[in-house]
Design a protein around this ligand. Sequence first.
Ligand SMILES: Cc1ncc(COP(=O)(O)O)c(C=O)c1O
Length: 500
Amino acid sequence: MIVEQVLSSGLAGSALSASAAGVPRRLRRMTGRSGARRSTTRSSTATKAGRRTRLPMRGDLAASDAIMLRRGAATLLGQAAAQKLSQNAAAITTSAATLSQSWFADVPMAPKDPILGITEAYLATKRQDKINLGVGAYRDDDSKPVVLEVVRKAESRIAGSEFMEYLPIGGLKAFNDLSVKLAYGEDADCIKEGRVAAVQSLSGTGSCRLMAEFMKRYMPGAKIWIPKPTWSNHHNIWRDAGVEEAIYRYYKPETRGLDQEGLLEDLGMAKQGDLVLLHACAHNPTGVDPTVEQWQEISKVMKEKKLFPFFDMAYQGFASGDCTRDAQAIRTFLADGHQLGCSQSYAKNMGLYGQRTGCFSLITASPEETSAVESQMKAIARPMYSNPPLHGALIVKEILGDEGLKQQWYDEVKGMADRIITMRALLRKNLEDMGNPLPWNHITEQIGMFCFSGISPEQVDRLAQEHAIFMTRNGRISMAGVTTKNVGRLSEALHQVTTA
Ligand SMILES: Cc1ncc(COP(=O)(O)O)c(C=O)c1O
């Protein structure tokens, strides 16, 4: 032990023990047999007396520890003896510091986020005509990021506002009220009857995380059923919350469409009380959404089996250009009398990506239940981030709270959705006009930001290497990256890698 070495080298034979009164607790902890901190491997050496003494390990003795050591020694031994001890401690601290490069030297590198890898490869490519189809953020026809006009207008209204205070834990109440109306409908019974518990969240990711934590506490033993494939962060979010995951079939590669049969069969195996994660619209990464009839079937099965629906709605309005139509699935479940949960994000549909603006809501059975549930949502949020950000919530409140601005937003979100729909049509037409033998109908049948093209990982690699066109290896094309200027080159490259 370090202190043992100090004592034996500086004050051999001292009757004093490190556990004597007056030694600071932290010092005693350091001197205890099991007190070695942060070392995973232990090494030892034999002293002359045959006693095995552990050598100082990386991280054993930090500068603050040395101060404690000297103070403790002074208490124990008096100033003169402590001075000698202090010199020895200093020497050992220096050698420990040499060993101790960092507290974090043993932290391994986390796996790279696949999307970040694409961006890196894209940036590293020198070609002027390179295309990035990896990012999940909207771009205009010049491949530029967009700030909506209506957002600028709302910003000018809130500019100069003196209000920079903390929001309450649950966020801006007016924002929450307007958000749930957007999701469930202006006249939804659950809202009128005070049966919606809602808090402002850190965008869609934050909403999902709150749901996962809430589920862990108040739906004990329930599994989360996640579609295959899904937005990859879903797995991480529920895993980190310690919730067990089950997978249900969703996508059928042969048809490049929905595997409704597999989906219903898998959900048939779920146990009463399990939670099913559903993408409300514009499924990421496939772009495949159930039809109205298929949603009705899913709702019916889930009602019978008493499964809890949780809708991740990251693209309301962005899919079809119509916010009501994109909330159709949720409205179907409401009509069937489900209690459900919803994650809303304003990242894509208002372009508020970095403002982290979202809403997490749960439908309850009564106003009393709403109060209790909401109080627990806040109890979860408080130690995580205390309270949500203000700026985005004020913008959304301005827009949704003003009929004129709301209409302008509807028009602008439709503009974004329509641009993407047009690019889908162009891409498909080009490939068909080139006489490509593969079916490409799925490009226009899928909806939202992504097109699950169906090309293989090897073909994706060829697109990157031979054509400087980048996308995730599962063949997902971010349609937001397709423009009138690059769709021709993209079509030709796709034609080449799928035919030669
Ligand atoms: C299905 C889905 N859910 C949630 C999110 C989270 O988005 P954010 O946290 O930026 O709102 C995304 C983003 O890509 C998504 O595609």
